[in-house]
Design a protein around this ligand. Structure first.
Ligand code: ARG
Ligand code: ZN
Length: 844
């Protein structure tokens, strides 16, 4: 029962106004709706259908007269006048038993909602599609001390509150929250003088963890005014923290709802990485107010229209607030780990998919992160000034509309006169292009020959040539730049570019700042990589050279039983000692390619990856590096200690990252003495967790594990870390056993997605343990997915992607995984979400 993009038809009826009354009760909430409909002149059908699922219909009326509509599992059908009319319904829902966390549900006694993409239909009967927009007025009745909805408060009394949102919106942006909440409040004045009240609503006890999120919100509001000319458009902006939430956060108009892990932070309980993520998510949801809410999507195939653009905007924001190269490198590490992996497996799909069974399964790294890469490429191709003009035109032309990727590309075409037909293939074709490069040097002329090729993906055998912006710089033999960055525009399957007047054969720095989401393939030498790590002026490619050097050495260790590469050890040591380099950059460059990344690389060169061998090679390289760099590590550890009062800013965070990279090396030499000392002395979570992680890795963490639990057992978010790190740092032999034991811990629960991810997600992210030859990792995950599915299909389906790489592995492992996938599929009553995911992974 897939739905196809090509079958889109306009809605038969449009909504002008919606009035909703909620009479809250944990198991019998009444929702009374009054909706003003009118026939859509652009419609091709006159059928009146409203979505509705798991609703108990009490009564329905049209223009005041009781009706008996036809009810199905998906919704309601009725005969309606051929003129504007009012539809009314009263339904009953059971938020207290809603464990799927979609629609109206309860979290720790608090009522809250999640409607994107299709959750509103679990609240009342409605045309639950983003191209139907209405003006909502909401009345909430109940004993809860705080009752919130979208827009502005209009009136309230004992036991009720009324809200009005003047901006027409699709139902997926509706939100309601009610409970015992306290606010951390502030305000912001927009550049045209609008005074906006800001609140972060939390459960009593969490007030002290809101200050950082509030600062991030104010910075985001200012940044969007300055960089995109976008102002906030209501007098109130509310954020609510909720413990049980399937995703990171949700951009409901004027009432953003956040997973508490994406907003609550204090130095004692959150790491530097947590702080940075919170700043980015607050910005992301705030930026949706323009890219998502004021301009929304026509249908869910266009999801990347709002998500790709908003991820791109939040990454620009982080670049401006923090270090731009560090942000770019981190984003590319993440893109490769999650999106390239997806693109290379059975779940590969275009940035704009053309069919789906369950839209919740398409909130993916491809739609979000690759979607953002496409915006970056577009900007690189048209230039900064044209990009800004195109965005101005987009906001101007499409404000208040539900749009498509065609609308988006047309503003760029209209502003620049460019034909973007070929660029659109990036939205339509799945898969990661391989970009092969060879070079020639002759009589002062240097020529680069490029060839692009994209392997087939499910349902797409043939791939078309795409336009690829290739940022290129050239370095001379002594390390100075002989040609500054310029952007080559590749449009053909094969294309060459020449540069003349060169005194000597240059060293190319290709795909600077990762100018396109492709896999670069080029024969080169270790010496050249070390040269680029030392001399490239582009920070991304400097980092990339070190990463490639490490990766090639590891591949040789795994395939040929080679020893650690001395060129790498020498080059990385020089890099680490270069006090002219940003500590955060050095910490990143001390990172090593992940086990999963190495498995994929091996698979691509025709070698069946052995997860245990990969893990062992990484261990051997880490040991060798710790031995070579012992003195350097001790020097860095001492030199970069942060003695000032803790601040989660980029400078301090960078210093701590470098110190902790050094600590990991030192621990391999001293068995954990320094790590234990750091753990004992730590006054912030970053340092405490780094100390404990090193101890776990050294196998001497038991005392700290107990102490950590005793210290933090009252704090859910910290205990999530306690669950996940024990698994992540376990030896492969133990990973699944520890994970299994933790699923029996009294604090483990299937009701909280964060806890489930902290435990089973950690297992899935530990390849050597997860792929243990016994199959116990697979079995445990399948067991738990089968138990979670009836409660929470969305999170279950998402976690199935742990199996998406199964075709890389040997026959025995493939057989074990296939058996688990079949066992999941054979589960009676399996959700549509999980069924779709497992079928796609299995290749049915
Ligand atoms: N729009 C939200 C965000 O980016 C995500 C909502 C996801 N919802 C879902 N059902 N998958 O930022
Ligand atoms: Zn988003």
């Amino acid at each position: 029962q897939p739905i196809y993009l090509r079958d889109y038809t306009p809605p038969a009826y449009l909504v002008d106004r919606v009035h909703l009354t909620f009479r809250l009760a944990p198991h019998t909430t009444r929702v009374i709706s009054r909706i003003a409909f009118r026939p859509n002149p652009a419609a091709t059908s006159r059928e009146f259908f409203l979505h509705g699922e798991a609703l108990r219909l009490i009564r329905a009326r049209i223009d005041g007269a009781e009706i008996t509509p036809e009810l199905t599992a998906e919704g309601l059908r009725a005969d309606v006048p051929d003129a504007p009319f009012t539809f009314e319904a009263e339904v009953e829902v059971d938020p207290g038993n809603n464990t799927a966390l979609e629609g109206l549900y309860m979290s720790n006694g608090m009522y809250c909602t999640q409607c994107e993409a299709e959750g509103f239909r679990k609240i009342t009967y409605y045309p639950d599609r983003p191209d139907v927009m209405g003006v909502f007025t909401v009345r909430i009745e109940g004993p809860e001390p705080v009752m919130l909805s979208n827009g502005n408060p209009v009136a309230q009394g004992a036991g009720w509150a009324e809200w009005h949102d003047p901006w027409p919106k699709p139902a997926y942006l509706f939100a309601l929250v009610a409970g015992d909440l306290v606010a951390h409040s502030d305000s912001f004045t927009t550049r045209s003088g609008r005074h906006v009240d800001l609140n972060i609503w939390v459960r009593p006890g969490d007030e002290g963890k809101c200050a950082f999120g509030m600062e991030a919100l104010k910075k985001s509001m200012k940044w969007d005014e300055e960089v995109y000319g976008r102002e906030y458009d209501l007098d109130l902006f509310n954020i609510v923290a909720v413990d049980d939430f399937n995703m990171g956060a949700m951009e409901n108009k004027g009432l953003n709802i956040f997973n508490s892990s994406a907003v609550l932070a204090s130095p004692e309980t959150a790491t530097d990485a947590n702080f940075e993520r919170i700043e980015a998510i607050i910005a992301h949801e705030y930026f949706h107010n323009w890219t998502g809410n004021r301009i929304t999507c026509r249908d869910w195939f266009q999801l990347c229209l709002k998500e790709g653009l908003t991820v791109y905007r939040d990454s620009e924001f982080t670049s401006d607030m923090r270090s731009s190269p560090v942000k770019r490198i981190s984003d590319v590490i993440d893109l490769r780990a999650r999106q390239f992996r997806e693109d290379q497996g059975p779940l590969a799909h275009p940035v704009r998919p053309d069919s789906f069974i369950e839209i919740n399964n398409f909130y993916t790294a491809t739609v979000y992160e690759k979607g953002a890469e496409l915006i970056g490429m577009l900007k690189r191709l048209v230039g900064d000034a044209a990009y800004r003009r195109a965005l101005d035109l987009y906001f101007d032309r499409h404000d208040g509309q539900a749009c498509t990727i065609e609308d988006w590309l047309r503003v760029f075409e209209d502003v620049t006169g460019r034909d973007l037909t070929q660029f659109k293939r990036w939205y339509e074709d799945a898969g990661t292009p391989r970009l092969r490069v060879t070079e020639e040097f002759d009589g002062g002329t240097y020529t680069l020959h490029f060839e692009q090729q994209t392997p087939p993906t499910p349902g797409q055998e043939k791939k078309r040539a795409r336009v690829i912006p290739i940022a290129l710089g050239l370095l001379g033999p002594n390390g100075d730049e002989v040609m500054e960055t310029r952007v080559l525009e590749m449009t053909e399957a094969r294309q060459s570019f020449s540069f003349d007047g060169l005194a000597a054969r240059p060293v190319p720095s290709i795909l600077r700042n990762f100018s396109a989401p492709v896999i670069l393939q080029r024969e080169t030498t270790n010496a050249e990589r070390a040269f680029l790590l030392a001399h490239d002026t582009d920070p991304f490619n400097k980092w990339e050279a070190g990463r490639a050097l490490a990766r090639d050495g590891l591949i040789a260790m795994i395939r040929e039983g080679a020893g650690p590469d001395p060129t790498y050890l020498d080059a990385v040591q020089r890099m680490a000692r270069d006090e002219g380099l940003d500590p955060a950059f050095r910490a990143l460059a001390l990172g090593l390619p992940g086990e999963d990344d190495l498995a994929q690389t091996l698979f691509e060169v025709g070698h069946t990856p052995d997860p245990q061998a990969i893990w062992e090679a990484l261990e051997r390289l880490r040991d060798a590096r710790a031995a070579t760099m012992e003195e350097t590590a001790r020097g860095l550890y001492a030199r970069h200690q942060v003695t000032a009062h803790y601040r989660p800013d980029p400078d301090q965070a960078g210093a701590r990252a470098l110190v902790n990279a050094a600590l990991a090396m030192i621990t391999r030499r001293d068995g954990g003495a320094m790590a234990q000392a750091q753990y004992d002395a730590a006054d912030n979570m970053t340092q405490q967790l780094a100390g404990w992680s090193c101890l776990l890795q050294a196998g001497t963490g038991d005392r700290a594990t107990e102490a950590f639990y005793a210290q933090w057992k009252h704090d859910r978010l910290v205990i999530d870390k306690w669950f996940s790190l024990q698994i992540i740092h376990a030896a492969p032999e133990e990973t699944a056993r520890i994970a299994a034991r933790l699923t029996k811990h009294p604090d483990f629960t299937l009701r909280n997605p964060n806890r489930f991810r902290a435990t089973l997600g950690a297992l899935a992210m530990s390849p050597a343990g997860f792929h243990h030859a016994s199959g116990r990792g697979y079995r445990l995950l399948a067991d738990m997915l089968i138990r979670l599915d009836p409660l929470n299909p969305q999170t279950t389906a998402r976690m199935c992607s742990a199996f998406e790489t199964w075709r890389r592995y040997d026959d025995v492992r493939q057989g074990l995984i296939a058996a688990e996938l079949d066992r999941i599929l054979a589960t009676p009553g399996l959700s549509r979400d999980t069924t779709e995911m497992v079928n796609r992974i299995r290749g049915a």
